[in-house]
Design a protein. Structure first.
Length: 745
């Protein structure tokens, strides 16, 4: 039983004044009104006894301690929930705060529910005696129909209790789609009654990777779990009550090793297999034979009986073709159906599954690889390898959900990797999420209609606990919610940030583990005008409170106060921290500068890095900072399938005899050393050529001698490894080339 509130009551006035109300996503239209409404122990909820009314009643009690009765009639002092006409969609709503009543109106319960979420953000998250809410009028509706979050439960399994909590977070920010990634190489997580071995065998693995993939360390702990069909129904119902659609994902034709461990006869080779312990992409895939399609159709029949969603996600990504290339049945099928090659076979596979799903009154959606070989007639595309796949699909008049890794992969680092839990790589701070443009430039008005919206993905190779999952999504989910609601404005990020800071109290009250990187200092490294070093400009959340050192020690309140950019012309370590009210907030920022004759010089790149790995642009190669080869978040530039061609203008003749270049290799992540590196001078004279063998011998930190001479320009060309060969992770895909600092002595 909840204890009565004794000596803990506050009288709270929420006056909006000139300050924006702390609403996320921000409504489409907000007008402040005269007067205010006081919520107190005599306030009632005036509404039919619906889920929305009882949801509001419980939420207000948990937030403020008020136990408001639900009544059918009330003249004043009421929070009214009213179904009304005149709203554009079933997601539109109005919220009016007046002196005598608060009114939430909408054409449907869904709109009412969204209005409730807005109202809850106007109320405090602590016990109160009364709360006065300033007058306000809100007219609101979202821009995009797909506002989603994804959760991978195959790599790491999460209990039903947390899945429902995750859905609560979506509801809090008016997200309407939960993409549940239920099967993969590392685990099959959904009970299929016709095929019990899927969970008996495929639901468990005999160990897991420990640390980052590059470490190649494993434990021997049996790991697994799955959801019964009753648990699935419970989650689907829980989400539906909160107006969230659950879209299941059953991976095919790749990412199938857990299924093939249970039923190896569905493979090309016959097995045996075991559920994967390591992360990555595997060659074992479903063989496109009749018994495989019978199996998948039976599986999907049970899945569709559990999930009423319009779309069924069938994966379709990262499907190596080596087994198909060596399979007589597959090669005969390609010849008989004149499919051309294995890409055509994948298109045939997806099209056949789509026909079955369409026959059940549903539609498929898959990752953008389903474009390869030709898109199935009615398929929707989830664009993750950038936005290009989504653009191509929209131009073909197929519906699209944008989910590019550059802005929507919440398994990336959100701060300095030195201080963050191990992540897959990349750098995605809140500010970058907020800057996402869902509808790409270049689409016509008609083509833009096919952009359903966007979602963020949480892949869990490195996320084993609910607390860690919360940390990775909060507060980035809040930023994305405003993007997909359609009211974000990157030019006014500071306004959003100020509202977001007020949500941290909500997270604290709800016990949500969230990332506080928004407090982290930002460091802009730029060339000095004299071209003989760099300057470091530090910014904090409020423009002040920064203390720093240049000897590598941790700053204290007694350290130097930052007032102007820090000049760096020689090797040194700059460490800075933000202090507020006498205590440090957020992480320290530490930058270890390795000054050389290229540091701070002008640099241009012929090909630009991929958006996922482009922190700092070309200047990142001459900023004096080395990237961490184990945690490639910041500093590294990544190129997908393309060469690196850099021109460094030294500004004056510099005597140079040694050049150092940093490359990265992580084959499990499809990152390969370049085939070769050529170093030339400004006249095109080849100074040195480095083979891949030399690069490997030096483990990517290449030190190479060049003829000692005076150079005014250096040209560096690194040849991409090209297509990943058969037998390697990611076979058939473009190799990544990762490069960091280029220095000269």
């Amino acid at each position: 039983m909840r204890q009565p509130f004794l000596l803990l009551l506050f009288f709270v006035t929420l006056s909006l004044g000139a300050q924006q109300p702390p609403l996320i996503p921000y409504p489409a239209q907000v007008e402040q009104q005269a007067g205010a409404f006081t919520v107190n122990g005599q306030t009632v909820i005036c509404a039919p006894n619906t889920f929305e009314a009882t949801f509001l009643q419980k939420a207000i009690f948990l937030q403020t301690g008020f136990q408001l009765p639900i009544v059918k009639k009330a003249a004043t002092n009421a929070i009214r929930l009213e179904i009304a006409q005149g709203f554009a969609t079933d997601e539109s709503y109005g919220l009016d705060v007046a002196k005598n009543n608060i009114t939430i109106s909408a054409a449907s319960p869904k709109g009412i529910f969204y209005g409730i979420q807005t109202l809850l953000q106007l109320l405090p998250n602590k016990p109160v005696a009364s709360v006065k809410v300033s007058g306000i009028s809100i007219k609101d509706q979202p821009k995009y129909s797909w506002r989603g979050m994804h959760l991978d439960v195959a790599r790491h399994f999460f209990p039903v209790s947390f899945v429902k909590k995750y859905i609560d977070y979506l509801a809090m920010y008016k997200m309407n789609t939960f993409h549940w990634h239920l099967t993969d190489d590392q685990g099959w997580r959904i009970e299929i009654k016709k095929y019990p071995k899927l969970t008996e065998i495929g639901g468990w693995r005999n160990g897991s990777m420990v640390g980052h993939y590059n470490d190649q360390k494993f434990d021997t702990i049996r790991y697994g779990g799955f959801y019964t069909q009753d648990e699935i129904k419970s989650v689907v119902a829980y989400a539906a009550a909160r107006h969230i659609t659950v879209v299941p994902e059953i991976e095919m034709p790749g990412h199938a090793r857990a299924a093939l461990a249970a039923y190896p006869e569905l493979s090309c080779s016959g097995g045996p297999f075991e559920t994967a312990k390591e992360w990555g992409v595997f060659e074992e895939v479903f063989c496109p034979k009749d018994e495989t399609f019978t199996f998948l159709e039976n599986v999907l029949t049970e899945v569709m009986a559990l999930f009423p969603s319009k779309y069924i996600h069938i994966g379709g990504d990262e499907c190596p073709k080596i087994r198909w290339k060596n399979c007589p049945h597959c090669q005969q099928l390609i010849a008989d159906l004149q499919l051309g090659d294995e890409h055509g076979l994948q298109s045939h596979f997806i099209t056949r599954i789509e026909k079955f799903v369409n026959g059940k009154g549903r539609q498929i959606i898959g990752w953008d690889e389903i474009l390869e070989g030709g898109l199935a007639p009615n398929a929707a595309v989830m664009s993750w390898r950038g936005t290009e796949g989504g653009i191509a699909a929209a131009k073909q008049k197929h519906y699209v959900v944008m989910s590019p890794g550059s802005h929507c992969y919440f398994d990336a680092y959100q701060g300095n990797p030195k201080y963050e839990p191990v992540a897959i790589g990349g750098y995605l701070p809140v500010e970058k999420v907020y800057a996402f443009n869902v509808t790409p430039d270049g689409l016509t008005a008609d083509e833009s209609k096919y952009i359903l919206g966007a979602q963020a993905n949480l892949w869990t190779e490195y996320i084993a606990t609910p607390s860690h999952a919360e940390y990775m999504v909060m507060p980035r989910m809040a930023a994305l919610s405003e993007v997909v609601w359609g009211t974000s404005n990157p030019a006014k990020y500071d306004d959003f940030r100020n509202r977001l800071l007020r949500h941290f109290d909500v997270y604290e009250a709800k016990g949500i583990n969230y990332a506080k990187n928004i407090y982290d200092l930002k460091a802009l490294v730029a060339p000095l005008p004299t071209k003989d070093g760099v300057s470091v400009t530090l910014t904090s959340i409020d423009g002040q409170g920064i203390r720093f050192t240049t000897d590598g020690t941790t700053p204290t309140l007694q350290s130097a106060a930052y007032r102007e950019p820090i000049r760096v012309t020689e090797p040194q370590t700059v460490v800075a921290a933000y202090f507020d009210n006498g205590s440090m907030k957020g992480n320290t920022i530490s930058q270890d500068f390795k000054s050389s004759k290229t540091t701070g010089r002008a640099i241009t790149l012929k090909e630009q890095p991929h958006a996922n790995y482009n922190s700092g642009g070309a200047f990142a190669l001459v900023d004096g900072l080395l990237g961490d080869p184990k945690r490639y978040g910041q500093n590294w530039l990544g190129f997908s399938g393309s060469d690196v061609s850099a021109i460094i203008d030294l500004n004056r003749a510099e005597t140079i005899s040694v050049i150092k270049i940093n490359f990265l290799e992580s084959r499990g992540s499809w990152i390969y050393f370049p085939k070769s590196v050529k170093i030339s001078d400004g006249q095109g004279n080849l100074l040195q050529e480095i083979s891949i063998d030399d690069i490997r011998k030096q483990n990517g930190r290449v030190v190479v001698s060049v003829p000692k001479s005076a150079y005014s320009q250096l040209n560096i060309t690194a040849e991409n490894a090209g297509t990943i060969p058969d037998g390697k992770p990611g076979a058939g895909a473009k190799a990544w080339l990762f490069i960091d600092e280029i220095s000269a002595e």
